[in-house]
Design a protein around this ligand. Structure first.
Ligand SMILES: Cc1ncc(COP(=O)(O)O)c(C=O)c1O
Length: 394
């Protein structure tokens, strides 16, 4: 290979593109990776150059070679027209929403959205005069009936945060596009590797790179990719707020990108195996995982997705608070904490009745969300089996 990778990466498979995109050793003295550029001020050589803002870089907020490396790589992987980077997944969601809706607009948001997205919609967008309406994630093409003259956008998330309902994104997108509005998607669960958002009708796709791009639970970053039509609005809004991701975090994101395909496949295999194991346990009433053949969202998942990641939910049979605490408190390998997508296994309890408004959450017992990491599966199963024994004894 010459020091400069081929330019037209579209002819390669996804893993090859992950390795090649967003780096040019030929321009970095042969070093494999793009270095960390830190900086605010960019110097201009002449009066004429500064007067006309000549040159690709003119200030730290509007781009550095490190930022460009990740945003160009993501644009390639997501099949987008452009990508902006932000300091967290949540800030990526808020930039996407602020770029599209204005006072007087009606915004449809899935009832299964990541909870802080809802809090932003209710707390900030409503305050600025946007009418926010939550809809049943299973609505499909029926979303057309919820649209009004002032409907500007719909925010989808599939599978849903915590509850894992699948959504018919192409049908929702057709209905929205018939009215000229935008489809915004939180695509964090699948990443563009398992759900190519812009091929499926999504205009603006948000990724919390904090999860699978990082893979290490060691950074916070968000990515907003968009189509030709919507990228200028995203870029403009990004420039108004200037929510810059930190250079070290971007560098770690680039490092994570190279192995993201490999890690996702492994998380997917382990997640499904653990979902099947849990499904066979007498303590478990239901497993929420779209790759399970009897999951209500399985047909949509098979049609639209290229794989599964390592995050899914479980509804337990009724159990006391003490029993649940006995299960969770003694776990040796599963950590309890928010976020996910790293190399380590995690579990959290969740209760959608606390915030859902458009649909009623009905469950046999308490709900748990699992992220399956890269530990040995037998060790993970033994950890949970011991937990179920403690639960029974409590
Ligand atoms: C589905 C989803 N979207 C967005 C986010 C937000 O990402 P961040 O933690 O980087 O703000 C999260 C975080 O848990 C998430 O689960």
């Amino acid at each position: 290979m010459s020091k400069t990778p081929p330019r037209d990466l579209g002819r390669f498979g996804a893993d090859t593109r992950l390795v090649l995109a967003g780096r040019d050793p030929g321009a970095q003295h042969g070093f494999v990776n793009t270095p960390i550029y830190r900086g605010s001020t960019v110097l201009y050589p002449t009066y004429d150059d500064i007067k006309h803002r000549r040159g690709r870089y003119n200030y730290g907020t509007s781009g550095t070679p490190t930022m460009d490396a990740l945003s160009e790589a993501w644009t390639e992987i997501a099949g987008a027209a452009g990508t902006v980077l932000t300091p967290s997944g949540l800030s990526a969601l808020t930039i996407a929403l602020m770029a599209v809706v204005s006072a007087g607009d009606h915004l449809l948001v899935t009832d299964s959205a990541y909870r802080p997205t809802r809090i932003f919609c209710d707390g900030v967008l409503s305050r600025y005069g946007v009418e926010v309406e939550y809809y049943d994630p299973l609505v499909g093409a029926g979303i057309a009936e919820l649209m009004r003259d002032n409907t500007k956008a719909v925010l989808v998330e599939a599978p849903g945060s915590q509850t894992f309902e699948m959504q018919d994104v192409p049908a929702i997108s057709d209905a929205m596009h018939a009215r000229g509005g935008a489809v915004i998607m939180d695509n964090t669960w699948a990443t563009p590797l398992l759900f190519p958002p812009h091929e499926r009708g999504v205009d603006i796709a948000v990724e919390a790179g904090t999860k699978y791009l990082s893979g290490g639970s060691d950074l916070l970053i968000g990515l907003v990719s968009a189509t030709e039509r919507w990228y200028p609005a995203i870029k403009r809004t990004y420039e108004h707020f200037a929510p810059c991701a930190g250079p070290e975090d971007i560098f770690l994101g680039l490092r994570g990108l190279r192995t993201m395909g490999l890690r996702l496949r492994e998380h997917g295999i382990r997640g499904l195996a653990m979902a099947e194991w849990l499904k066979a346990r007498p303590e478990v009433a239901r497993v929420l995982h779209p790759a399970l053949p009897d999951d209500p969202g399985h047909a949509i998942w098979r049609r639209d997705f290229l794989g599964a990641s390592g995050l899914f939910g479980v509804i337990l049979n009724p159990v006391s608070e003490d029993g649940l605490a006995a299960l969770l408190d003694g776990l040796e390998l599963f950590g309890m904490g928010f976020s996910w997508g790293g190399f380590e296994s995690l579990v959290i309890p969740f209760d959608p009745t606390l915030y859902r408004t458009a649909t009623r959450w009905q469950a046999e017992g308490p709900a748990l969300r699992f992220h399956i990491g890269l530990e040995d599966m037998e060790d993970l199963k033994a950890d949970l089996a011991a937990g179920f024994e403690r639960m029974a004894a409590a």
